[in-house]
Design a protein around this ligand. Sequence first.
Ligand code: SF4
Ligand code: SF4
Length: 126
Amino acid sequence: MKIPKHKNPCFDCGALCCKGVAVPISTPRSKSDWDEIRWLVAHERVQVFKDHENDWLVEFMTPCEKLDEKDACKVYSIRPKICRDHEHDECVKNGEEAYHKIIFRHLEDVDAYLAKRELKKLKRKK
Ligand code: SF4
Ligand code: SF4
């Protein structure tokens, strides 16, 4: 049975999940981990985030070449397993909690976050 268009959870989304490649990275702990994040997000269309499950990922914002002009998958029946397994109720559009707990899009975002965190630490010590 075909789902009515307006009841399709992906209706009107614009295929957000097909427009980037997110790869898990280790939780940043050391100064060099944070510096690596600064380097990553100094590049165009690269962002680093902590998701709603507290996993850290680097995302390259580049659309899948198998999307057509209407944002539909041109290879739907043979799409990769990672696409088949993608849960639309926990995705960047429909996730119940805020999907990105922390997100850095530019080097300056990382510096501002670290400065704020340092300030909080100092306040706690007083
Ligand atoms: S799974 Fe989520 S992000 Fe992907 S197309 Fe559907 S609603 Fe959009
Ligand atoms: S193969 Fe299809 S479902 Fe998978 S990312 Fe590309 S367009 Fe999306």
